[in-house]
Design a protein around this ligand. Structure first.
Ligand code: ADP
Ligand code: MN
Ligand code: MN
Ligand code: MN
Length: 370
């Protein structure tokens, strides 16, 4: 009988090498009723070559806060799939959107509404790059690696830190990075953050709805890898009170016009439109964001809109290099780490490219809390 974890790993390896006899495993992943992820696996008869070959499926929504017990079936509609870095081979991870029994989107399915906006504004070729910050906790809910009952030295040496005592859990972060690349996700980079045990990965640039899909899958892979290391991932925007940085999800945006010489004009127009819808945007920019947007720790005010070149204390920042060249993209620094990226990219498209008749991102929040 296996007693050590090394022995258990050796035994498991024997089974992982078994032939699957042409069948594949598809792990269906979805967003539950609390912004967390769930997944379950199923066997398919052959290798999947396109999204329409994937069957719809369902689950018990009364166990995930997504449906009442008397009408509990929620339907899983596959929207994207990626190579599975855990099972490898022809096995895949499938991102699925949730639909109710009557065909309407489940109240936490914000992809449905956002996708309509991106379809209507296809010609704008809107790109997003999101900077996902997050914090590591151990199994006892202490910040991972922090001294028991105490605090590490004040912030300063940790951002992009190098060396023992300055960086925590590099093994987990490296494993996640490789898993994302294996899955074909557009991870543009990764860095240690200002607070020790806080990290960031960037997804993008991705066009339209694809950003939300990829970011959710990158989060899923992070939770899965962290499971193996016995580390909990928190997306709370202010996991620790006091003089510790919060966690955000800066949203970098550009349209085809902004990316061409002379594009600054279009960036300025977008910022002007954004300034008029500050409150509507903030509503969709994550819960507990008021704890983070204090005007301190490289954040702007929750209530007042501002913008500036290279200013990390403003709502919208134009990177210095973009101002110098006169075209490129802008960064919205307001979104919290716990956002639903479909909400944020959806309302961004609505504000920058224009509202459409059959979609309204501002109503999504009410739908969720109904
Ligand atoms: P910061 O300096 O704010 O920390 P990062 O380097 O962490 O910036 O993140 C920048 C993000 O902007 C990346 O995800 C990158 O893919 C994205 N990005 C770069 N160019 C564009 C563009 N033209 N449109 C949208 N996003 C872009
Ligand atoms: Mn960054
Ligand atoms: Mn950051
Ligand atoms: Mn940033």
């Amino acid at each position: 009988m296996a007693e050590t974890s090394v022995e258990k790993t050796q035994i498991l390896q024997k089974y992982l090498e078994l032939e699957q006899r042409g069948r594949i495993i598809a792990e269906y992943v979805w967003i539950d009723g609390t912004g967390n992820l769930r997944s379950k696996g199923r066997t398919l008869k052959k290798k999947i070559l396109s999204i329409d070959q994937l069957p719809e499926w369902n689950f018990d929504g009364s166990s995930t806060n997504q449906a009442p017990g008397h009408d509990s079936d929620i339907y899983l509609k596959p929207v994207a799939y990626y190579p599975d870095p855990f099972r490898r081979g022809d096995n895949i991870v499938v991102l699925a959107a949730c639909y109710n029994n009557d065909g309407t989107p489940n109240k936490f399915n914000h992809r449905h509404e956002a996708a309509k906006l991106f379809a209507a504004h296809k010609d704008a070729e809107i790109w997003f790059g999101l900077e996902q910050e997050y914090t590591l906790f151990d199994m006892y809910d202490n910040v991972y690696g922090w001294p028991k009952g105490g605090f590490p030295a004040p912030q300063g040496p940790y951002y992009c830190g190098v060396g023992a005592g300055k960086v925590y859990a590099r093994d987990l972060i490296e494993a996640h990075y490789r898993a994302c690349l294996y899955a074909g996700l557009e991870l543009s980079g990764i860095n240690a953050e200002v607070m020790p045990s806080q990290w960031e990965f960037q997804v993008g640039p991705c066009t339209g709805i694809e950003l939300g899909d990829q970011l959710w899958m990158a989060r899923y892979l992070l939770h899965r890898v962290a499971e193996e290391f016995g580390i909990k991932i928190s997306f709370h925007p202010k996991p620790l009170k006091g003089d510790w940085n919060g966690a955000g999800c800066h949203t970098n945006v550009s349209t085809k016009e902004m990316r061409k010489p002379g594009g600054m004009k279009y960036i300025e127009q977008a910022i002007e439109k954004l300034s008029k819808r500050h409150a509507e945007h903030i509503k969709l920019y994550g819960s507990d964001n008021d704890m983070r947007l204090t005007g301190r720790h490289e954040t702007a005010s929750m209530t007042a809109f501002s913008s500036g070149v290279a200013n990390r204390g403003s709502s919208i920042r134009i990177p210095r290099s973009v101002a110098k060249e006169g075209y490129g993209y802008f960064e919205d620094r307001r979104p919290a780490s716990n956002i639903d990226p479909y909400l944020v990219t959806g309302i961004m498209c609505e504000t920058v490219c224009g509202a459409i008749d059959n979609a309204d991102m501002t109503k999504e929040f009410e739908r969720e809390s109904s």
